[in-house]
Design a protein around this ligand. Structure first.
Ligand SMILES: [Mn+2]
Length: 328
């Protein structure tokens, strides 16, 4: 059992009411883990509310309890909880400005479950495991420690958490535990094919059309090793698309055989936001940093104070330089 699980379990046992909080711009792991925890706590008779700064993304809006997620603004005068429980939150600033302090002030105790190596252990009780591919996996272990049996609804939430953070069990972060837990979720009644279709196949029409615009704009250069796509504000308007619909579009450029460096640039007011991706061992974090951005080695981003076309030219030039220098 992970270090920290018994202490978190004890903090939960001591609490009759729990405020579960997940990070801003929540993803499948954040929402899935929070909603699985909500269901488990309800089963053992606790009062529980889930809070998040931003709305639940369409991808996981079908999960049981998604409609109950509240904003921090909805906190009522005099509303209190015995325990503040954060899930998948790498740092308290990731709850949104002042949100942790505001919630901690109305909660008797604080605890967390997270899988970010850099977590500074900002709660009183912490279970943080940087080697876990999803917060949902750690939560599954906590539920076992609490003696809460899995049911179909909890299995759906936990599957959404684990499957999204592991790229449907395909990324290098996948562990044997992830597959063992998936087996437990199946035993609990998980509708696997339906879940995979909802999480990894279905997209809103606007997103499919926006992806088409991006692919149509794609320039492949430097002997087929680099690809840059652009999306203008007009593209978003024509497709009826929102910013979140562009989230994974950059991967389409990285899917082109031979491409080592890929970018998606989108108009954002008078500026341009760039999402950069590379195939290991090539990296894009240095390129993003050179434009004042940051991120991971193979997935980074930056904002350029330039119109879309000029920004695309600058990124293309940076890609050429990196590929020529052999140290991309
Ligand atoms: Mn996560």
């Amino acid at each position: 059992m992970r270090e920290g699980i018994p202490a978190v379990a004890e903090a939960v046992r001591q609490a009759a009411s729990v405020a579960v909080c997940c990070h801003l711009n929540p993803d499948g792991d954040a929402i899935g883990t929070a909603l699985a925890l909500r269901l488990a706590l309800l089963r053992v008779g606790k009062r529980v509310e889930v809070f998040c700064r931003d709305r639940v993304p369409d991808l996981v809006a079908m999960l049981p309890g998604a409609e109950t997620v509240r904003s921090f603004e909805s906190l009522r005068e005099g509303e209190r909880f015995d325990l503040l429980f954060t899930v998948d939150v790498s740092d308290k600033s990731r709850l949104g400005e002042g949100a942790f302090e505001r919630m901690a002030a109305v909660c008797g105790d604080t605890c967390q479950v997270d899988h970010h190596e850099t977590n500074p252990l900002f709660c009183r009780v912490n279970c943080v495991d940087g080697s876990a591919p999803a917060a949902g996996l750690i939560l599954r272990e906590l539920l076992a420690a609490l003696g809460v049996p899995l049911d179909r609804e909890m299995a759906e939430c936990l599957y959404a958490a684990i499957a999204t953070d592991t790229g449907n069990f395909s990324f290098g972060n996948v562990t044997p535990e992830a597959y063992r837990t998936a087996a437990e979720l199946l035993e609990a009644g998980l509708p696997l094919a339906e879940m995979n279709r909802r999480l990894f196949v279905l997209q809103p029409e606007a997103q499919v059309r926006l992806t088409g615009r991006a692919i149509g704009s794609m320039r492949v250069f430097h002997g087929g090793e680099a690809a840059v796509m652009t999306l203008s504000r007009k593209d978003f308007e024509d497709c009826g698309a929102r910013t979140e619909h562009a989230d994974t579009v950059v991967n389409r450029a990285l899917a082109v055989q031979g491409v080592r460096l890929a970018a998606l640039l989108r108009e954002d007011g008078g500026r341009t936001k760039a999402s950069l991706r590379s195939v290991a061992p090539d990296t894009v974090s240095g390129i993003a940093a050179a434009f004042g951005g940051g991120g991971h080695a193979q997935a980074a981003g930056c904002t350029l104070d330039l119109p879309l076309d000029e920004a695309a030219e600058r990124i293309a030039e940076a890609f050429r330089l990196a590929l020529d220098g052999g140290k991309a």
